[in-house]
Structures are given as C-alpha cells and as structure tokens.
Design a protein around this ligand. Structure first.
Ligand SMILES: [Zn+2]
Ligand SMILES: [Zn+2]
Length: 337
C-alpha cells in the first residue's frame, strides 16, 4: 500500500485522538534529499490535480476577478464605495466558508465524528475566551480584525495596480511564469508563515499577541484566522511580495484566499469532508493540530520541512511528544537560570 493509500486508511480510536492519520506523519512535500522527481510529482498531483482547497482558491480567484471586483479605473483613487465593496466581498466569503463548515460539521453534525481529530467539542462557558464562548470569540477576532487587515492589504494592492505602481504579468506575455507562480506562492506563504510564527513564539510576542490564537487547544473552522491584530498585520503581509514580483491579479487573489480562507479548512478539526459517506476533499491538518496541542513544535506547514531542519518536527508519535516535552522543560530551566 502506498503512503497516500495508508493515509486514507481509518486508524484506531485511541485515548488521545478520535482519529489520526497514519503515523509517523509523512505528507507529500517537494523537498526531499536526495531530490526525488517522484516526490515532487506526488506533491504537485496531490495538491493541484485533484479537488483540494488550493484548486478551490484558484477557482474563487477567477470568479472574483471576472465578476466581483470594482472597475480598475474606479480604484485609482481611494473612495469609500469600492473600498467597502472589497471589504464586504471578503466578509461574505469568510462567513460563507467558515460559517458553512461550522454549520455542517459542528452545528448539524452532518458528518458525525468521522475523521474528527479530537474527542472534544467547541468550548462554552470558558472565561478565557472573549464572550466566554470559543465560537463567538473566534468569529469576533476573525471578522473584526482578520478580515479588516486582509481587506486593507487588498485595497492598497488594487489601488497600486490601478495606478501601475506594481509589476504586472499576463498569461500571454509569460505563460510559464503565470502557471509556475501559483505553486511558488503556496511555498512562499509556507516559508513566510514559518518565520513569522517562530517570531510569534518568542515569549514577549507570544504573551502580547499569539496567545490569543493559542486559546484554541481544540480548533474549529472559525479558529483559523482568529488572531490578535498584530498577528494579522504580520500574517497578511506575505502578500507584499506582489509589490516586487510580477503578478497577475489572479495570483494575488489566490494568495489572499490562501491566507484568509485556507486556515479555516486546516483548523476545521476534521481531516476531510464527507458528503453521504463519500470523501470529497482534504480539510484539516493534523500536523498543525499537533502544534495547537503541544505548542513547541510544527511551526510551519507540512509542505516545507523547516521543522525537520530545525528539530521541531512532531510526527504524531509518542516518542516525538516525549522529545518535544523534554525540549520545553530544558528551555524553561535554561530561562530560569
Ligand atoms: Zn503558534
Ligand atoms: Zn493555528
């Protein structure tokens, strides 16, 4: 059985998890040493040639570019009308995706506990959360702060595009770059996330900002971009790359959806979406679920092996948990002396 097939196999329920993928974790990544063309192909085909969230964001970018954006001429000057149009578009897609998944998985529980990572449900009556309720807390920080920062970056980008202040590329001018830039954006986003995430785990930053996201030891769709405003500012600035690297608005919109909507799927708490017992597509990321449970591990995403290179990789096994706990204890001891 190949690895992908093994990952699809139902695992036994254990005391720690309701469901987990085959362990140790070994997700498709284009980075292997020595370089493996088969491994690169496996990553490309599993990410881009089947129904995945990445493909959804390309489709949504296309729909947005064709039907949902104000005229470029209008966007040459900052005016409330088109600014609000972009902001309401972002609020709407976030509410539809996060709200829809929450309704399906946690409200109506239409999938039951199939491929749900943890045994637990969303927390209620917990004073650590704003409004003492995990879902309301997560909705508030996602919509009031997250989508606002997202929209601010998007508004400035489209204003700059309308005024020819940013480099532009068309499919006709450079078809190879136009296509290759999409997977490169996903790798850039992964690398950017790893480094800002490490910075956010620096104790003063953790205390000031990142602890808000880590209120969620158990996660749900609304936890994805439930972050402190300072973290939103850092997190969404991954898109600033389009001010220096030639891009088409489709790349930029894809990048915004990758930043804004992908975490909703990856924090959903379910490995995949089932409709009437048929698996539709991958959702949750067990790799990041481990980060929410054990903190000092898996700072990146599973596409890029930064955690393997820097010794913070948690592959889901008990041995890795023991190693990560020991590193944490050593670090705290060193900090006290
Ligand atoms: Zn973290
Ligand atoms: Zn998270």
């Amino acid at each position: 059985m190949n690895q992908t097939a093994a990952n699809q196999k139902e695992q036994l329920v254990d005391k720690d998890w309701n469901w987990h993928p085959h362990l140790p974790l070994d997700k498709a990544t284009p980075f292997r040493w020595p370089p493996s063309p088969a491994g690169i192909w496996r990553w490309i085909s599993s990410s881009w040639f089947s129904l995945t969230t990445l493909v959804l964001w390309v489709g949504l970018a296309l729909v947005t570019w064709s039907f949902m954006l104000p005229d470029l001429v209008r966007m040459q000057n900052f005016e409330l009308g088109w600014i609000l149009q972009i902001h309401f578009k972002n609020l709407a897609v976030t509410c539809l995706f996060a709200g829809g998944l929450h309704w399906y998985l946690y409200g109506k529980k239409l999938q039951g506990k199939k491929r749900k990572f943890t045994h637990r449900d969303m927390a209620r009556d917990k004073p650590m959360f704003t409004f003492s309720d995990q879902v309301k807390d997560n909705m508030f920080w996602s919509l009031a702060s997250g989508v606002t920062f997202w929209s601010l970056y998007e508004i400035v980008y489209f204003w700059a595009l309308a005024n020819h202040y940013v480099p532009f590329v068309n499919f006709i001018d450079n078809p190879l770059w136009f296509v290759v830039w999409f997977p490169l954006i996903s790798l850039w986003s992964s690398m950017h996330f790893y480094w800002i995430h490490r910075f956010l785990h620096w104790p003063p930053m953790f205390k000031l900002a990142h602890s808000l996201h880590h209120r969620n030891i158990n996660v749900g769709p609304w936890s994805g971009i439930s972050m402190h405003p300072l973290e939103h500012f850092l997190y969404f600035n991954s898109v600033v790359i389009h001010f220096v690297v030639a891009s088409h608005p489709l790349h930029v919109l894809f990048h915004f959806y990758l930043q804004g909507l992908n975490p909703i799927a990856s924090h959903s708490g379910f490995e995949s979406l089932f409709v009437k017992d048929k698996r539709q597509m991958a959702l949750g990321d067990f790799f990041h679920q481990l980060h929410h449970r054990y903190f000092d591990c898996n700072y990146g995403t599973s596409e890029m092996p930064w955690d393997k290179w820097f010794g913070s990789y948690h592959d889901g096994t008990d041995e890795a948990t023991k190693r990560i706990r020991k590193t944490m204890i050593d670090k705290h001891r060193a900090a006290r002396t």
